[in-house]
Ligand binder design. Sequence first.
Ligand code: ADP
Ligand code: ADP
Length: 226
Amino acid sequence: QTVLHANKVEKTYGNGTHALARMSLRIQRGDFVSLLGPSGCGKSTLLKMFAGLEDPSHGHIRWAGADQPAKSGLTSAMVFQEATLMPWATVAANVRLPLDLQKVPRPEADARVAEALAQVGLGAFGHVYPRELSGGMQMRASIARALVTKPDVLLMDEPFGALDEFTRNKLDTDLRALWQATGLTVVFVTHSIYEAVFLSSRVVMMAARPGRIVADVPLDEPDRSE
Ligand code: ADP
Ligand code: ADP
């Protein structure tokens, strides 16, 4: 089932920057798609269009066949390179924020926060403040805040790009395990080919000026032993 469909999409920003040339991409439910390419090739632009934060200049985006995310019943959550946690609130309160905005009653919200924190390995850290956490752990909290609404699609924009290599490898390993355990659909922006190949079921390579797809490679190959 196609959950995200970019159909002949182009993007020209108000200042005239031609960020994406006409491109099409279908993402199936349960895929882990990495968008791989150099700076400026339009990866973030495409991700923002999937999030409904930018409109294409031409062409259209479809969410499970609908022309608006709300009509499709599909939900997504976005994770950025900066964890953007509120420093004055505990980790649990940060993760609960999307549920507070949805006015989810407190006992249910707290149970879902605990579940999301456990999913990212922060089960014991709900009561601490973000500054007490390492960069990797802050990113885990940011992922928990995205997972707590139980989105169908997780959109991740170079989430581990600011972390050291060791921490990044650990988060990559845990993210892949989380994806395998949940069947979440993930769209992951990176410019590391190693990260893309390690994580993904499919790598979409892009090039710049203007942004476009140059290769689309499935990685979880069917058995070819015959
Ligand atoms: P990537 O994520 O691959 O680095 P982006 O989608 O951020 O690429 O950017 C693609 C192109 O669009 C770049 O040339 C960038 O400078 C430009 N761009 C991105 N956002 C804006 C904006 N809000 N206004 C004008 N130009 C933008
Ligand atoms: P991550 O585990 O998210 O990759 P690090 O590699 O920096 O982050 O942290 C290594 C380990 O150090 C963590 O898994 C955790 O057990 C411990 N740790 C880091 N910061 C704290 C803290 N503020 N309080 C308690 N333990 C911590």
